[in-house]
Design a protein around this ligand. Structure first.
Ligand code: NAD
Length: 493
């Protein structure tokens, strides 16, 4: 398959870039209303996509409501077989999907291939759960009575997703929704319409019935808002910024619909004196600069104790130098482009502000050149106070601030002094401190001697505090809870 094989109505055949489409009731619809430029080559078109509105949202939900009961009535292994077939198709199309992902999002080809593999594995994991038990058999205190628990489909789910994992996040929300017998309407980020369309294409080609998996492209305030307000939506799963997520939560809460939010982060690593300075620097660099720092789980603040501080900073600066930015499709590039001019300008403003407030720039620049692409060399900042905005506010770029702390207790307090609590890490060889840290840190995911970014697909994922709804977790079997009703059945014979 080449990158131009999306169904393209005649109005789009002359366009040189692939065209994303809505998928509504099994039909590929919509025109090339919006153009997405490649962030690594700002003069090159990466994708065209349609801009949906209330009409497309209504049509998608109507078709989903009509199709969902038959889908829920299919044996779960049959639903699973379709997800597993979709995984196979995505795997076959890996080269095209990964290249399109690089061109629309900016990450490196290796990272994009990793993301395709993640989506494939997620579809296989949830597909295989079609064979798994979904309830328990429990004893009752009443003679002759057996209790069973069941989990059942709820109807139609809305999924609203960000640009930074434009294939993996739609996959890890869709797969548990679908295997549970629900229908889905996905609203992908405007910047990355192709990746979601590839997922839709794989599911459609694998045999997901018309109306069960729908995609409506368009603006968040239009398509996302219309989805959230439609009373036929049983629940909404959102990943994106905290401000947008909290607004959606109040809409869904007003009608007591189910809502799951994964939002911002300001993920910290604590480096203790007993850590190996070079190994800690590699852990921090991978977490801070991998994926261009545009992961919700990225490391963006580091607290380091005095005995290891100088050695750690020297190693971190050396590690940063290996992340040379460039076009993600070029061989050997380790740091892809920043996603957009807006995000690039936010990154520059954050670094300039930090330097103006007395921060020392140990690596990177406060004045990068974006003429040939939104390339932003890794930034290492030191000398900032622990309440500086560069230390407390999410930036979402390859930028890390390093702050000295007196000891473990001061470091743990600093890590916890945040409105966010997504991931947190510690670099230490001490069993005592790593155990203490895991027990007392306020974060949904804890990493010991491993980067804060990077997750396995079979285990729960989610944050605490303002990073998450603090209710339903994503990923692994736990993900099924959000997409199903629990029921307890007492049977007397
Ligand atoms: P965003 O909040 O701007 O957009 C996310 C999605 O919401 C997009 O599809 C967008 O179109 C839609 N949207 C925007 N306004 C809306 C509205 N008023 N109503 C309904 N939908 C609306 O976020 P982004 O810029 O795409 O992504 C970056 C943010 O996502 C960062 O803050 C990052 O921390 C967060 N993020 C979090 C996780 C996580 O798992 N916690 C993962 C990835 C990204």
């Amino acid at each position: 398959m080449t990158s131009t094989t999306f169904a393209a109505p005649t109005d789009a055949t002359a366009l040189e870039a692939p065209v994303a489409r809505h998928l509504i009731n099994g039909q590929w619809l919509g025109g090339a209303d919006a153009t997405r430029m490649n962030p690594a080559r700002p003069d090159q078109v990466a994708a065209h996509s349609p801009r949906g509105g209330a009409g497309e949202v209504d049509a998608a939900i109507t078709s989903a409501v009509a199709a969902q009961p038959d889908w829920a009535a299919l044996p779960a292994p049959a639903r699973g077989a379709i997800l597993i077939a979709a995984a196979g198709l995505l795997e076959e199309r890996e080269a095209t999907v990964a290249a399109d992902l690089v061109r629309e999002e900016g990450k490196t080809l290796a990272e994009a291939k990793g993301e395709v593999k993640r989506a494939v594995d997620v579809l296989r994991f949830f597909g295989s759960l079609g064979w798994a038990a979904t309830g328990d058999v429990l004893p009752s205190g009443t003679p002759g009575t057996t209790i069973t628990t069941r989990r059942e489909a709820m109807g139609v789910f809305a999924l609203i997703t960000p640009w930074n994992f434009p294939l993996a996040i739609p996959a890890w929300k869709s797969a548990p929704a679908l295997i549970s017998g629900n229908a889905v309407v996905l609203k992908p980020a405007e910047l990355t319409p192709l990746s979601a369309t590839h997922l839709a294409r794989a599911l459609h080609d694998a045999g997901v019935p018309a109306g069960i998996f729908n995609v409506v492209h368009g603006k968040g305030k239009v398509v996302g808002d219309a989805l959230a307000r439609d009373p036929r939506i049983a629940g909404l799963s959102f990943t994106g910024s905290t401000g947008v997520g909290l607004g959606l939560q109040s809409i869904l809460n007003a009608r007591r619909a189910r809502v799951q939010l994964e939002m911002g982060g300001k993920n910290a690593v604590l480096v203790l004196d007993d850590a190996d300075a070079a190994a800690a620097a590699q852990v921090v660099a991978a977490g801070a600069f991998g994926l261009t720092g545009q992961a919700c789980t990225a490391t963006s603040r580091v607290y380091v104790t005095p005995g290891v501080r100088e050695a750690f900073l020297a190693e971190l600066v050396a590690a940063a130098a290996a992340y040379v930015p460039g076009d993600g499709l070029a061989p050997g590039v380790r740091l892809g482009a920043v996603v957009s001019a807006d995000q690039f300008n936010q990154d520059v403003a954050a670094v300039r502000g930090a330097v103006e407030r007395g921060g020392r720039l140990l690596h990177g620049s406060a004045d990068p050149d974006s003429t040939d692409g939104f390339f932003f060399a890794p930034v290492v900042l030191a000398g900032l106070s622990d309440d500086d905005p560069a230390v407390t506010e999410e930036i979402f770029g390859p930028i890390v601030a390093v702050v000295e702390v007196a000891d473990f207790e001061a470091g743990l307090a600093a890590v916890n002094n945040s409105r966010y609590g997504l991931t947190a890490g510690i670099c230490t060889n001490s069993l005592k401190f790593s155990t203490e840290f895991a027990a007392r840190v306020q974060a949904g995911v804890v990493k010991v001697n491993r980067p804060t970014s990077g997750l396995d697909l079979n285990v729960p994922f989610g944050g605490v505090k303002d990073s998450s709804t603090n209710t339903f977790r994503e990923q692994g079997r736990t993900a099924l809870d959000f997409y199903t009703w629990g029921k307890t059945v007492y049977t007397g014979i």
